[in-house]
Write a protein that binds this ligand. Sequence first.
Ligand code: F6R
Ligand code: MG
Ligand code: MG
Length: 372
Amino acid sequence: MVKTTVSIIKADIGSLAGHSIVPKPLMELAERKLAEGVETGIINSYYVFNAGDDLELLMTHFKGVDNEEVHGLAWETFKAAAEKAKALKLYGAGQDLLKDAFSGNVRGLGPGVAEMEFEERPSDPIVVFAADKTEPSAFNYLLYKVFADPFNTAGLVIDPRMVDGFEFDVLDAIENRVVTLKTPEEAYMLLALIGTTERYIVWKVRRASDGEIAAVSSTTKLSLIAGKYVGKDDPVCLVRAQSGFPALGEILAPLLHTYLVSGWMRGSHWGPLMPVGLKDSRCTIFDGPPRIVALGIQVADGKLVSDDDGRPLINDLLADPAFDLARREALELASALRRMGEFEPARLGPQAMEYTTLPLVLKKLEERFKEV
Ligand code: F6R
Ligand code: MG
Ligand code: MG
């Protein structure tokens, strides 16, 4: 049976009034480009949305992960959108396009990618997460809760297809190597790694009983590609739901409360992750707080399930009032952290700050230091 691939590829290619939203003309241009991609048979269906200042291209196709044509389509779309952003003199035009030449796929060029290929089930629900003003390891906590914490996911205890647990591929972003850990047996060791969010990123999760892909997140670290601060690696993540995977509600349950992630203002601060609906996917206070959106989609016959006019059916999950508590908590935490100004732990520790613009400031002081 032919396998379906779901790809989400994103980049910040320009924003309206600073680093806040992707303006409409860029979204419309991206839609036109992806519509051409459907016409020419590269992809089967698509949905364009924004997470703050990041342009998100959700696509389905039969071409597998890391496919040259699909990545090429995304790259050309970002390039065209960046040109438009430059023409309009939008802010940060082309920000995340770090290299000029496309060579097979977008990995290492700046855009973030999460893709999974699978044999469709009779009905295949998926949750698409996208966050702004944070980094790929922002999903470490969420993915641990969903796939390894029985106090979050009842299915780990009740569903016979899940009691064998899950395997986590964890990327060491500094050494560029990966290790696989199996839960529940190795849950403590997994936490020992992924609690260090500055370095370790949960990349893929598979169901242990049959190796079936369950989740994948983007792993791009722009600072590690460019060697300096060039913007944020605002991440995306795909999670398969139901019948042998966590239920939709188990996937969303960690967002009943906020939690702290790094990457707020200038990529230099801790901030509370605030769940929002698409209409509130707009960064404001201190360029944030870091925001997360989640789309509930269904995939069938290689396409996003759509209405009669061919428009994909999207469930804007975090628009629900059920996330008001987390939003309120996020604002309260944001207010406590902002009272601290530039003092740690509101600001990131010195190691993480090496990848920001702070060292340029400290350099100016260097010659004024005297031996004691
Ligand atoms: C961008 C981001 C923002 C910027 C900040 C300063 O993704 O996180 O917080 O870092 O607005 O931006 P510049 O240096 O462009 O003025
Ligand atoms: Mg930006
Ligand atoms: Mg962004």
